[in-house]
Design a protein around this ligand. Structure first.
Ligand code: PLP
Length: 400
C-alpha cells in the first residue's frame, strides 16, 4: 500500500459523519431508523436566501472571489459582529472560509507547531482534538463535569496552561451539551487569560442564535474587550440559517492571524464558493424573523424530550441552554444486562443496543470525550423524537 502520512494516521474520521453514514447505509438496506445523530437543522434554507444565490448566478458571480471573501460578505459579517460583541472588526480582521470548520482548521494550521498544546474542554465537538493532531499539536483535554454545567472553570484553565499552550477552545452554546458561559464565568476565565498573554482563545459561536435564555448569551470579547486581539471568534451561516451545505463560515480576530489564515486559504481553496457567499450576504442582511420561529420550535422539542427522558429510570439530563443537542447521562444504565444477556459496559455498547434493538441512532458520549453519556439531536420532527423517546424507554425497561 502507498504510505500515508503520520499526520493522517493519527486522526480518525469525524464520529458524527461516520454515524450519519452508518444511518444512511442502514436506511438504504431498508431499515426504518429513527435518526437522532443529525448535526444540521431540519429546516429548509429560507427562500429569500436561495433566491439571492440564483440571482448571483444570473449576474455571473460564478468566478473566483477575493481569497478572504467578497467585500459585501465581510461587511455583513462585520455588522453582525458589531451587534453581537459590541466591537468593530475591519475587513482585514475577518476571514471567510468553506464553513467554520475550515476556518478553525486553518487557524490551528497557522499557529500550531509540533508539540504545541491546545486546551480543549470535554465534552467537546468531535473535530477539535483531531484538528489539533492533524496539525502536529497536542490536545490537552480537560474534563468538565456535569456538576460544573459541563463548563471549564477558571481554576481548571489555570491548571491546564503551560508555556506550550497556544489556544484554549471555548464552544458555547456547546455541541454536544448546549451549555453556555454566563458573564461571571467568562469574567473568571478572562482574569486567568489576562495573566497568560501567550494564550489565544478560539470562541466557537456557531450556535449563538439558537439560544433559549432571555436576552443574548454574553461573549468573552464583550465581557473583556482587552482580550480582543487574542480571541478568534468563529461562526457561520450553517446552523442559524439552515445552510450547512452551502459551506460558509468565518473567523474574526487579530489582523496578523487573519492574514496567515488567508495565506493558507490562498493555497488550499483560493476562496469560498462565490454563489454561497452571495447567499450568505442575503442570510446575514435579510429578514431575521424566522430565526425566532425556528428557535421556538427547537425549544418545544427540547422541553418535550427532557420531559420524556427524565421519566426513564437510569437516564438523567441537564437541560441545554442553546443549540439542538441533548447530552443525556446514562451512567445509571451501565453494567446492566440486555434481554440477550450481554452486559452494557459502555455508552458505546448502549448506543449499539439502541440502534440494533430499537432502530434508534444516537452518538455515544465517549466520541465527545465524555463517557457515560449519549447525544441526541433534536433537529428532527416531534413525531420522530416522541417515538424515539418511547423506544429508548422500552429498551431501558428491558434491561436487568
Ligand atoms: N463548530 C461546532 C461546535 C459544530 O457543531 C459545527 C458543525 O457541526 C461546526 C463548528 C462547523 O460548522 P460549519 O458548517 O460552519 O463548518
Amino acid at each position: 500500500a502507498t504510505p500515508i502520512s503520520r499526520r493522517v494516521d493519527r486522526i480518525k474520521p469525524s464520529p458524527s459523519t461516520t454515524a450519519a453514514q452508518r444511518v444512511r447505509e442502514l436506511k438504504a438496506e431498508g431499515h426504518q431508523i429513527l435518526d437522532l445523530t443529525v448535526g444540521e437543522p431540519d429546516f429548509d434554507t429560507p427562500e429569500h436566501i436561495k433566491r439571492a444565490a440564483i440571482e448571483a448566478i444570473h449576474r455571473g458571480e460564478t468566478k473566483y472571489t477575493p481569497v478572504n471573501g467578497t467585500p459585501e460578505l465581510r461587511e455583513a459579517i462585520s455588522a453582525k459582529l458589531a451587534q453581537r460583541h459590541g466591537a468593530h472588526y475591519s475587513h482585514a480582521q475577518i476571514a471567510v472560509g468553506g464553513g467554520a470548520k475550515q476556518v478553525i482548521f486553518l487557524a490551528l494550521m497557522a499557529t500550531v507547531d509540533t508539540g504545541d498544546e491546545v486546551i480543549i474542554p470535554a465534552p467537546y465537538w468531535v473535530s477539535y482534538p483531531d484538528m489539533v493532531l492533524a496539525n502536529d499539536g497536542t490536545p490537552v483535554v480537560v474534563d468538565c463535569g456535569e456538576d460544573d454545567g459541563f463548563k471549564l472553570t477558571a481554576p481548571q484553565l489555570e491548571a491546564a496552561i503551560t508555556p506550550r499552550t497556544r489556544w484554549v477552545v471555548l464552544n458555547a452554546p456547546s455541541n454536544p451539551t448546549g451549555a453556555a458561559y454566563n458573564a461571571a464565568e467568562l469574567r473568571a476565565l478572562a482574569d486567568v487569560l489576562l495573566a497568560h498573554p501567550h494564550v489565544r482563545v478560539l470562541t466557537d459561536e456557531i450556535y449563538d442564535e439558537i439560544w433559549y435564555g432571555t436576552g443574548r448569551a454574553p461573549t468573552l470579547v464583550g465581557v473583556e474587550p482587552g482580550l480582543r486581539d487574542r480571541v478568534l471568534v468563529t461562526n457561520g451561516v450553517s446552523k442559524t440559517y439552515a445552510m450547512t451545505g452551502w459551506r460558509i463560515g468565518y473567523g474574526a480576530g487579530a489582523a496578523d492571524l487573519i492574514a496567515a489564515i488567508n495565506k493558507l486559504q490562498s493555497q488550499i481553496s483560493s476562496c469560498p464558493s462565490s454563489v454561497s457567499q452571495a447567499a450568505a450576504v442575503a442570510a446575514l442582511t435579510g429578514e431575521q424573523d424566522f430565526i425566532a420561529g425556528m428557535v421556538a420550535t427547537y425549544r418545544g422539542r427540547r422541553d418535550e424530550l427532557v420531559r420524556a427522558l427524565e421519566g426513564v429510570p437510569g437516564i438523567s439530563c441537564t437541560t441545554p441552554q442553546g443549540g439542538f443537542y441533548l447530552f443525556a447521562n446514562c451512567t445509571g444504565l451501565l453494567g446492566r444486562r440486555t434481554p440477550q444477556g450481554a452486559e452494557l459496559g459502555t455508552d458505546e455498547e448502549l448506543a449499539r443496543y439502541l440502534l440494533e434493538t430499537q432502530q434508534v441512532a444516537v452518538i455515544h458520549g465517549a466520541a465527545y470525550g465524555s463517557p457515560g453519556y449519549f447525544r441526541i439531536s433534536f433537529a428532527t420532527s416531534n413525531a420522530v423524537l416522541a417515538e424515539a423517546a418511547a423506544r429508548i424507554a422500552r429498551a431501558c425497561a428491558e434491561l436487568s
